[in-house]
Design a protein around this ligand. Sequence first.
Ligand code: SAM
Length: 275
Amino acid sequence: MNKAGHTITERQVITSAANADVKLLRSLHERKFRKQTGWFLAEGLRICTEALAQDFAPQRLVFAEGHEQDSLIAPLIAACKKQGGRVLCVKPALLERISRKDNPQMVIGAFDQKWSDIAEVTPQQDACWIALDRVRDPGNLGTIMRTADAVGAVGVILIDDCTDPFSLEAVRASMGAVFNVKIVKVTTAAFTSFASHWPAQIIGTALPASKDYRMAAWQRPSILLMGNEQSGLTDELIDVATDVIRLPMRGQSDSLNLAVATGICLYEMYRDCPE
Ligand code: SAM
């Protein structure tokens, strides 16, 4: 028994990268296998514990030998087993192989991906969503999920061919927000059709826009619409915006990083419409 009163039975330490579960976990670096299994990897005790708080129990839980008695690991082990998952105690070197990182976190979990439907995007009072047109960079997407969570936004709507929100890079950048925000995936056609019935604000952002972001009438409920890193928003998406704004650029750079621009807009919205 550990301090939290849970029985620790993970005595057998896995040492081989040929172990079937280790191979499965390593395969989750590839989108193809994340799609096949519906699982994704999240690293670190803090983030795995956060997942538990949001009712995500790990399907597989891996921890480094010697950490069996950590009080925060016990509830994760219990939750994993309760839902029929498997717990693996491994040599630290194997954790490096699973996370593909030097000095990996001591705990890694494989969790079920959770996707929401566009029907869940409803104009409730104060609701804020961020719609992203073909976001390609997992670091940008993770940072946007993290910022969305910080301002209390409901979630992100991924339009067309976006990077996977459940890739390890996106999950790392989200710092656990991937468990706290809703994630919707749609085509441009589905989004424009949905937008034609959305009864509230849709703020588009584009470099050629003439309205300064400080002049926009930020409201909630609202959808903030952000463009692709290379090509910005498509004309079809600009057409569904109720307002299109720009962030003034004084220097020589032609645009801001997508995640930075999203953060500035979200905090402007948050300033005008505090919780
Ligand atoms: N070359 C791209 C273009 O022409 O739009 C630059 C895209 S920018 C890196 C990615 C996204 O961030 C844009 O589509 C927009 O949503 C937002 N963004 C970046 N800088 C912006 C600015 N100064 N004003 C408004 N939106 C901006």
